[in-house]
Design a protein around this ligand. Structure first.
Ligand SMILES: C[S@@+](CC[C@H](N)C(=O)[O-])C[C@H]1O[C@@H](n2cnc3c(N)ncnc32)[C@H](O)[C@@H]1O
Length: 216
C-alpha cells in the first residue's frame, strides 16, 4: 500500500475487523480493512521486503506454524490463508500462548493454539491435519532438524517450508554464513530443494529466511 507520505508498506486484509494484534495501524481502502505488516517485527514481512520471490503460503492453505509466540506473524498468516485456510500455532511458552489465545485466536476462527514443544511433534499429532506449508521460527539449535521432523509427520507431498534462522541461536562461535550452510545441508539431507535464501538485514541482524520445497 502507498500512504499519504508516499511510503510503501506491506499490509494484509484484516480477518478480525477492528482489531490490531501488536499495535499495528489499521487502514481502510475501498471499504476493505487492512493491517499494516511491520517488517521490523515480522521476519516473514522482512523477507518479502528483501525480495522473496514467492510466498508459498496462500489463501485456503493449512499452515503449521512452529514458534508462534504471541501471534505477531501468525496473525498475518491467518489473514493470508483466510476463512477457508487454517493456522496451527505451536508454542511452548505459557505466557506467550496465553496472549496468543486471548488477543488473537479468540477473534480468529482459523487459528488453533497448541501449547507444545516443537521438538516433540508426536505430542500434537492428533491435533494437526496435513498441511501445505510449515513456517518455523523457534530460534533454537537444530531448527532445520526440528522442522524436518515436523514435515515428516504433517507436510503434504511437495509442500513448502519457510525457516527463519537466527544464526546466533544455533552457534555463537560461527559466522552466520557457516550456520546457514549447516542448516541448509540438513534440509537437503531431508529431501528439501532450496528455492531461495533471503537475508533479513537491515530489519533483522544475522537472520535469514530459507524457503524450500519437499521432494517426493
Ligand atoms: C523468535 S520467537 C517467534 C516470533 C514469531 N514467529 C513472530 O514472528 O511473531 C521464537 C518463539 O519460539 C518459541 N519456541 C522456542 N523453542 C520452541 C519449541 N521447542 N517449541 C515451541 N516453541 C518454541 C519461543 O517460546 C518463542 O516464542
Amino acid at each position: 500500500m502507498t500512504f499519504e507520505d508516499r511510503s510503501r508498506r506491506l499490509a494484509t486484509q484484516n480477518l478480525a475487523l477492528g482489531r490490531a494484534v501488536y499495535g499495528e495501524r489499521l487502514v481502510k481502502h475501498r471499504n476493505v480493512e487492512y493491517r499494516v505488516w511491520d517488517q521490523y517485527r515480522s521476519k516473514c514481512a522482512a523477507a518479502i521486503m528483501n525480495g522473496l520471490e514467492t510466498l508459498p503460503i496462500q489463501m485456503g492453505h493449512k499452515v503449521l506454524y512452529l514458534g508462534a509466540a504471541s501471534g505477531t506473524t501468525a496473525s498475518h498468516v491467518s489473514d493470508i490463508v483466510g476463512e477457508k485456510g487454517h493456522v496451527y500455532c505451536v508454542e511452548f511458552a505459557a505466557r506467550s500462548i496465553r496472549d496468543l489465545v486471548e488477543n488473537v485466536c479468540a477473534y480468529r476462527m482459523n487459528m488453533s493454539p497448541i501449547l507444545a514443544d516443537a521438538r516433540l511433534p508426536e505430542q500434537y499429532a492428533m491435533l494437526v491435519e496435513k498441511v501445505e506449508d510449515i513456517y518455523c521460527d523457534v530460534a533454537q539449535p537444530e531448527q532445520a532438524r526440528i522442522l524436518a521432523d515436523n514435515a515428516d509427520k504433517f507436510l503434504k507431498p511437495e509442500g513448502w517450508i519457510m525457516l527463519a534462522i537466527k544464526a546466533q541461536s544455533i552457534d555463537v562461535t560461527k559466522e552466520p554464513s557457516e550456520v546457514y550452510e549447516q542448516e541448509i545441508n540438513t534440509l537437503r539431507s531431508r529431501r528439501f530443494r532450496i528455492a531461495q535464501i533471503v537475508h533479513l538485514e537491515p530489519f533483522d541482524k544475522a537472520h535469514a529466511m530459507i524457503v524450500a520445497q519437499r521432494m517426493r
